[in-house]
Design a protein around this ligand. Structure first.
Ligand code: ZN
Length: 384
């Protein structure tokens, strides 16, 4: 089941060192991928259309027991730092790592499902292991109905072995082309995930939510793949493309709004960074959104300064640390930022305290909401 993850046995750091020294690898695959992505950038047509039905109440697990109708009560629910405007109609729950549940219009979107417990191990690449330090706020078995999973990349701290074994095979998953391949490349047919929708950078899927009202507009969520780089550009990236050590990753732009026959009107925009470093590609995000009259209401930023191959041999940082997280806030200028993915594994070396300090130094604390695992954030999607 974990054949892709286990296919290379050489230690990751020794592979990287070899490639830097040799420096001979041709970046053909990278060039082709960049070319295809550039070609796709201007396409507005959604690549996939999904129909989500809030009346469906199925277990997200293969075992199929009737799911509980709701998430357990939040430990605490936060609202906008400036206070309530009385129109909160959507809810985000932080479960742990990059796992969140977004609830709006009766549907639930689960991001990067990771339900391992403290002490459990994950395989993060050839020779790279991580040990979970925390427990998720709820257990996988206690999840209510989930309508769709958004998976930023195929890495075990985002889609762990327990999740992979137990999720219902026909649960819709939106993810990267690479992860789609991994989720469908199984030895036996009944292990394959059957409803996986791939998005590359700037490609979109529209998820229409069926509603009983007679209104001409229907609630919908548009999800667009955002650029992300888990490995710094340059020879390391070229090496990584060839060795498939660290998987390609997407960020996401989630636009919650209402569709009519002719238009989609966004009422709330959420940018999820994914496991990326602060790379030049991210500059396109404010160009296409913030500075193009499409403001970003909420940013979920994956922090942690994940450093591999291990905390004892910290050679290569593959997610943003505190300083990069603050720079991303300054670049993207979201109205509110919620940090996630910051302390759940021993390979996360940049603690939340560092981010808090950096936020304060930058004078940005009024735009940050800190969620502990099990806490929620309520916000209002306009246009109902
Ligand atoms: Zn991660």
């Amino acid at each position: 089941m974990l054949s892709k993850r286990d296919s290379t046995s050489t230690a990751f750091h020794s592979i990287l060192t070899k490639v830097i020294v040799n420096g001979e690898v041709q970046p053909k695959d990278t060039i082709q991928r960049e070319y295809i992505i550039t070609k796709m950038t201007n396409l507005e047509v959604p690549k996939h259309t999904l129909n989500l039905d809030p009346r469906q109440q199925k277990s997200p697990l293969r075992s199929g027991a009737t799911p509980s109708p709701n998430l357990p009560e939040a430990k605490h629910t936060h609202i906008h730092p400036r206070g309530s405007d009385g129109n909160e109609n959507a809810h985000l729950r932080f479960i742990g790592t990059a796992t969140t549940v977004l609830e709006w219009q009766g549907i639930r979107i689960l991001t990067d499902p990771n339900f391992l417990h403290a002490g459990d191990h994950v395989h993060l690449g050839p020779g790279v292991q991580g040990t979970r330090q925390t427990n998720p706020a709820i257990d996988l078995e206690d999840l209510p109905n989930v309508d769709v999973v958004l998976l930023s990349h195929y890495h075990a701290d985002h889609f762990d072995q327990k999740v992979e074994a137990e999720l219902r095979r026909d649960l819709p998953i939106v993810t990267t082309p690479h992860a789609k391949e991994c989720l469908q490349d199984k030895k036996s047919d009944d292990e394959k995930f059957t409803a996986v929708h791939d998005l590359d950078f700037w490609e979109s899927a529209t998820m229409n939510i069926s509603s009983s009202g007679a209104s001409a507009s229907v609630p919908a969520v548009k999800v667009t793949g955002m650029p992300g780089k888990h490995v710094p550009p340059g020879p390391l990236s070229v090496a990584n493309d060839l060795l498939s050590a660290v998987p390609p990753t997407n960020g996401w732009m989630l636009e919650l709004g209402y569709s009519t026959d002719s238009a989609f009107n966004c009422g709330y925009r959420i940018y999820i960074s994914g496991d990326t470093l602060l790379v030049d590609d991210l500059k396109q995000i404010p160009e296409k959104y913030t500075n193009a009259d499409k403001p970003i209401d909420l940013m979920l930023v994956h922090l942690g300064g994940t450093t591999i191959p291990s905390p004892k041999v910290p050679l290569l940082m593959v997610t943003m640390d505190a300083q990069q997280g603050v720079k991303l806030m300054q670049l993207v200028k979201p109205d509110v930022t919620v940090p996630i993915h910051y302390d759940d594994y021993d390979v996360f070396l940049s603690p939340l305290e560092d981010f808090k300090k950096a936020v304060q130094e930058a004078g940005l604390e009024s735009g940050v909401v800190y969620l502990d695992r099990g806490e929620g954030y309520r916000f209002g999607v306009k246009g109902e």
